[in-house]
Write a new protein. Structure first.
Length: 331
């Protein structure tokens, strides 16, 4: 194969740099499937991957990109055929194995998900890991009883963030009618309502004074914030309610007592999008392409491969708005 373009992160005299380079197949990690990448998406983790001490990349040079969609070019696994449309998210991709910010990617076939019929390569990346994580969270909450009552009292934290905003839209699309969003800024109230929240609470107005057990306000919490916020919310979960935890935007520390667990029987459900089984991946991506399909209403901007570096820099500076997908090869 001829040379092709990839965004390469290098370590030079303990400085971390990244730029688009012409590379060849030898620079790609081992894998029995070669994919022509059509789209990737820009995640916080990808921004960390191009920073010194970002904690994401350990071996250099590295090609970041934790998400990709594209077409099979070569496959040593009979399960996949040349030209087949596929997507890959998570595993070690873009961290310790080369990832999606490359015109071609090589991965083990066990990481590859056939693109569901109703999903386009572009929409797969409009969801990306954020959408997949939102859907995984809803899937777990539904497995724990949320599905039995469309009027369940559901709270979404970090509601205008990547995972939270997609969660609100999916929950609303499924038909849940009692969705509350919690936000930090007044201007986010209207945004959360437009995304599908039936009620919105401004964080500063919520009464967190009851510390051990409080009024049973929520049957299910889809949490994306972690830290202090979810610690303070656990006493408000109703009898046998469930809380999905996917993030640590508000910190790693979970400060709780056993009381909500032993007196109310609540469940804490951990969500991991990186190593979750392919069986669950397939089922959740199928839902995202069908009954839960909100791709056409998600806000995103599309950047070219040449604009990727600027997008990663603006994410670092906190100037980046919404989600971005990257057009890697011209479709
Ligand atoms: N488990 C997994 O596999 C997985 C996959 C994807 C993402 N994640 C994690 O999930 C989390 C959310 O991801 P994301 O893409 O949605 O991030 P994001 O777009 O940055 O959104 C974070 C949200 O959390 C809110 N927030 C941050 N700190 C807060 C605090 N101290 N109190 C209250 N709200 C706070 C933000 O509110 P403002 O808008 O007011 O700042 C924003 O709404 C991240 O921690 C991410 O690493 C995990």
């Amino acid at each position: 194969m001829n040379e092709f373009k990839a965004l390469v992160v290098r370590e030079n005299e303990s400085k971390i740099t990244h730029q688009i380079e012409q590379i060849n197949e030898d620079m790609l990690s081992e894998g029995n499937v070669l994919i022509k990448v059509m789209y990737s998406s820009v995640n916080y983790k990808d921004m960390l991957a191009v920073q010194a001490k970002g904690g994401v990349v350990r071996n250099y040079p590295m090609i970041p990109g934790i998400d990709l969609s594209g077409e099979i070019v070569k496959s040593e696994d009979p399960k996949f055929s040349v030209g087949q449309k596929v997507l890959v998210t998570g595993y070690k991709m873009g961290m310790t194995k080369t990832g999606g910010f490359s015109e071609y990617a090589k991965v083990p076939s066990s990481w590859v998900i056939p693109l569901p019929d109703k999903l386009t390569l572009k929409n797969a990346m409009v969801y990306g890991t954020a959408g997949f994580t939102a859907a995984l969270s809803i899937n777990e909450l539904e497995k724990n009883g949320m599905k039995d009552n469309l009027n369940s009292r559901i709270l979404v934290t970090g509601a205008t963030g990547g995972v939270g905003s997609i969660s609100l839209q999916i929950l609303s699309k499924i038909g849940y009618t009692n969705i509350t969003a919690i936000v930090r800024k007044t201007k986010q109230i209207e945004v959360a309502k437009k995304l599908g929240a039936n009620n919105v609470i401004l964080l500063e107005d919520f009464d967190f004074s009851k510390k051990l057990l409080a009024e049973e306000k929520f049957d299910y919490i889809l949490d994306t914030v972690g830290g202090e916020l979810i610690s303070k919310l656990l006493p408000y979960v109703s009898y046998q309610g469930s809380v999905s935890l996917c993030g640590n935007a508000g910190g790693n520390k979970l400060d709780t007592t056993v009381l909500p667990f032993i007196l109310r029987g609540i469940n804490l459900l951990g969500i991991d999008s990186v190593n979750v089984s392919n069986e669950i991946r397939l089922s959740v991506w199928n839902k995202l392409s069908d009954d839960w399909d909100v791709a056409d209403s998600l806000l995103f901007n599309e950047v070219s491969f040449n604009e990727l570096s600027d997008t990663l820099n603006s994410l670092k500076e906190g100037k980046h708005l919404g989600r971005s997908i990257v057009r890697i090869n011209e479709v």
